[in-house]
Design a protein around this ligand. Structure first.
Ligand code: SPM
Length: 278
């Protein structure tokens, strides 16, 4: 039966026409819903907030994985994903044979199960023997793994519910400690239109702990305002500049990320640039 479902966030909303609800589970952490939609393929919501649609998830996941991967001054071998239980970032990292090990720490094991059952094109990221799954609190996991990773990607929900500790200053300090020298982080940094104060806060924390940092914008139509940020930070080199480039075969596997898009993503509209310069 057709039904319009809405994300209502910060005083306004985004509405999608669905044909069927495939998953409706309340876990100890959150409400997981997955829908079949009329135009967007599958749609996953957590606590009523859109996490992904089949239509445009490639844009978000390619950028979240590849901005840190190509910003890293040395060839990354060991990656960690915090959150990201749907497996989309894992799928993108898995395209890089250079990575020897990819850990994921997701707090809600039910998200992993639901994604594997209902979002196979995204959750195929788990079908890689380099992936090691840890179900637990990502903010504790980073504290327990100092000096361990070349890249860390924080694919979090919004800063309410289980994602909340991943938007704190202490967490950014702990991310830095969990990196190997010259490592890079990429963190979900919200929309400068929808939640400017959150975006600003995240970039400020990155600047507190890292020499090079910036907010990269990603166009994702099914997130309210159509844009979301990835905050990229490192102590080595300029994160705005890719250090390596996809070869022809790799570029063919990517629909959004290119080296030009990498550089361009950090070129922000004037008001957003000012927001981050404050
Ligand atoms: N792997 C997909 C998980 C999505 N993580 C980011 C979700 C962000 C949702 N809200 C964005 C805009 C509204 N605050």
């Amino acid at each position: 039966m057709e039904r319009w479902v809405s994300e209502v966030n910060a005083g306004w909303g985004l509405t999608v026409k669905t044909t069927q609800q495939l998953c409706d589970i309340q876990t100890p952490y959150q409400h997981i819903e997955i829908f079949e939609t009329v135009n967007l393929g599958h749609l996953m919501m957590l606590d009523g907030i859109v996490q992904l649609s089949s239509y445009d998830e490639f844009a978000y996941h390619e950028m979240m994985a590849n901005l840190p991967f190509y910003s890293c001054a040395h060839l990354p071998e060991k990656a960690l994903v915090i959150g990201g239980g749907d497996g989309g970032v894992l799928r993108e990292l898995g395209k890089h044979p250079e990575l020897k090990s990819i850990d994921i720490c997701e707090i809600d094991g039910e998200v992993i199960k639901a994604a594997r059952e209902f979002l196979p094109e995204t959750a195929c990221g788990y079908d890689d023997e380099r992936v090691h799954i840890h179900v637990g609190d990502g903010s504790l996991f980073v504290q327990e793994h100092p000096g361990s990773y070349d890249i860390i990607i924080v694919d979090s929900t919004d800063p309410a519910g289980p994602g909340e500790p991943l938007f704190g200053e202490a967490f950014y300090g702990n991310l830095k400690k969990a990196l190997k020298p010259g490592g890079v982080i990429g963190t979900q940094a919200e929309s400068y239109f929808l939640l400017p104060e959150i975006a600003q806060r995240v970039v400020k924390f990155a600047g507190t702990f890292f020499k090079s940092y910036g907010f990269a914008q990603i166009h994702v139509p099914t997130y309210p305002t159509g844009v979301i940020g990835c905050c990229v930070a490192s102590d080595e080199g300029d994160v705005r500049e890719p250090k390596r480039f996809p070869d022809e075969a790799m570029q063919k596997k990517l629909r959004y990320y290119t080296p030009e898009v990498h550089r361009g993503a950090f070129m922000l509209p004037g008001f957003a640039r000012e927001l981050f310069e404050k």
